[in-house]
Design a protein around this ligand. Structure first.
Ligand code: FMN
Length: 241
């Protein structure tokens, strides 16, 4: 029998047992490493490379950005909770932006190497997760400096206004004083919306316990851990991995 073929789509007839059903199976030819006819078939009738468990799917990449440069940062402590929860499900890295130059519009093109590298890390990530303190009901200046660098188009002619943050999934978490970082999250939400990032709806704001400021130690409570873990799960779901 002749095999009907539409661009990129072959009938299940080609892969064997369900020929009679005649249901089409979408096959991405670019991902196929061996002739379709020779592939084993899963119990549901899909060729093995399309069966999730059999595919060696790369893990999603999540780039952490810690708004505090402080050694012993409580926001870093929350990031550690998130990393632990995502262990084995996502590739986590943390952006080191401590030594980035101050933004200078005269130095944009070509971008300084450290800026190009930061942009590349953001670009390669499936999501960016910002954990930040609140300074004076707003963002730390160092974080704003980073966002200003990231907010600029890569095209020196500005015909293409795309930036590495355009459409980028971004999650926001803050550990702060009594406000739970409502100020910093609100202002970052404004900036990231303006930059057309894709903000995760669930944000987490944690009121740090008073004794943390006395002892310098912060052990997240069970509720704090749960809040961050829920956010981590939602972030992972939202990037479809
Ligand atoms: C300059 C400065 C301003 C601050 N302003 C606020 C504030 O407006 N609201 C708040 O909740 N905490 C404020 N704090 C407290 C920080 O949120 C708190 O120190 C937090 O632990 C810092 O985060 P980190 O532990 O990750 O460094 C401020 C701290 C500093 C140093």
């Amino acid at each position: 029998m002749e095999t009907p073929e539409i661009a990129g789509m072959r009938t299940i007839h080609e892969i064997g047992s369900h020929a009679a059903a005649g249901f089409p199976v979408s096959v991405n030819p670019l991902r196929r490493s061996q002739p379709l006819q020779s592939l084993p078939i899963t119990p549901r009738g899909y060729p093995y490379p399309y069966h999730a468990k059999e595919m060696h799917m790369p893990q999603p990449r999540i780039l952490f950005v810690i708004g505090s440069l402080r050694k012993g940062s409580f926001n870093q402590r929350l990031a550690d909770v998130a990393a632990k929860h995502l262990d084995g499900r996502a590739e986590i890295s943390t952006l080191d932006y401590r030594d980035l130059p101050q933004f200078d519009q005269g130095e944009e093109f070509p971008a300084p190497p450290s800026i190009a590298d930061a942009r590349e890390q953001v670009s390669q990530a499936d999501a960016v997760w910002i954990f930040t303190p609140e300074y004076n009901y707003s963002y730390p200046g160092t974080l704003k400096n980073l966002l200003d660098w990231l907010s600029r188009p890569l095209d020196p002619t500005f015909q293409d206004k795309t930036t590495v943050l355009t459409g980028k999934k971004v999650a926001l978490t803050s550990a702060a004083g009594k406000s739970a970082g409502a100020g910093v999250r609100g202002k970052l939400t404004e900036i990231l919306d303006f930059l057309k990032s894709d903000l995760l709806g669930r944000q987490v704001g944690i009121v740090l316990p008073g004794e943390a400021f006395v002892t310098g130690e912060y052990e997240p409570s069970a509720d704090d851990v749960k809040a961050v873990e829920l956010q981590a799960d939602e972030l992972l779901d939202s990037i479809g991995k």
